[in-house]
Design a protein around this ligand. Structure first.
Ligand SMILES: [Zn+2]
Length: 252
């Protein structure tokens, strides 16, 4: 799981940096979160998933395709997980300031095409709003990449209610960084009936309610992590990377 260093802005040598903007590259800005992921996964799970996807992308891109990743914003908006050990969360105002500063400075470097690669659902409402504000400033094309979970082989209930640290995320980490997982501690916690699930999905529901993860699942898991496996993870990583590659090629 190592992204090609030549595709990372933070690894470029000074002599490589100057030539970069002439290619009008697409810059991927990873945004994730540091938050509890049940009793079995590390708090950096979302940040690791962003790293895994970037690594997979860097193996699939052709050398001449001008796609680079910006230094990741690993701490996001995780207020729904505050109170669990290890959570690092920004306030809405801090995330706004960090996001705006990152985009402003990437534009200042001379990049005009930036795509957000967000791996934490709790960031989505904030970032989407901020993108609209930033796009008004002109001189940059901002895109949102869909980090979709391919559903092959997933149980219908997981698909519907698997929100967090369940079968999907656990499988991804088992396939890539098994040493960071405590599989024997993986649990299964369903968050409740279908209408509750709909009501906490801010993007999808007609009526929504605010929530804290301890009200839905004391362990922090929302889904069935006991069904996770490295084989499923490998399959879902391939699917997610292909899906991202397809979107990126449409932006180039
Ligand atoms: Zn996560």
């Amino acid at each position: 799981m190592t992204e090609n260093p030549e595709r990372q802005l933070l690894r470029l040598a000074p002599s490589q940096r100057g030539a970069l903007t002439k290619k009008n590259p697409l810059i991927l800005l990873p945004v994730s979160a540091i938050e509890q992921h049940g009793p079995h996964l590390p708090v950096g799970t979302d940040a690791l998933i962003a790293e895994i996807l970037l690594s997979e992308l860097s193996q699939r891109l052709e050398p001449e395709e001008p796609v680079y990743s910006a230094p990741p914003l690993q701490i996001g908006k995780s207020s729904e997980h505050l109170g669990y050990p290890g959570v690092l969360s920004l306030s809405r105002e801090s995330l706004h300031a960090l996001f705006h500063a990152s985009l402003r400075q990437l534009r200042g470097w001379g990049f005009h095409r930036i795509a957000i690669l967000n791996t934490h659902g709790g960031n989505t409402p904030c970032l989407r709003t901020l993108m609209r504000e930033e796009s008004l400033k002109g001189n940059v094309t901002l895109s949102w990449l869909d980090v979709q979970c391919p559903d092959t082989g997933m149980s219908p209930r997981e698909l519907q209610q698997g929100l967090h640290a369940g079968e999907y995320e656990t499988s991804i980490l088992l396939a890539t960084v098994p040493e960071d997982c405590e599989k024997s501690r993986a649990d299964c916690q369903w968050i409740g009936p279908e209408d509750l699930h709909a009501a906490i999905q801010a993007e999808a529901a007609p009526v929504t309610r605010a929530w804290h993860s301890r009200d839905l699942s004391p362990s922090g898991t929302m889904g069935d992590a006991t069904r996770a496996s490295a084989e499923k993870g490998r399959c879902w990583i391939d699917g997610a990377a292909q899906h991202l590659l397809h979107q990126i090629r449409r932006l180039l």
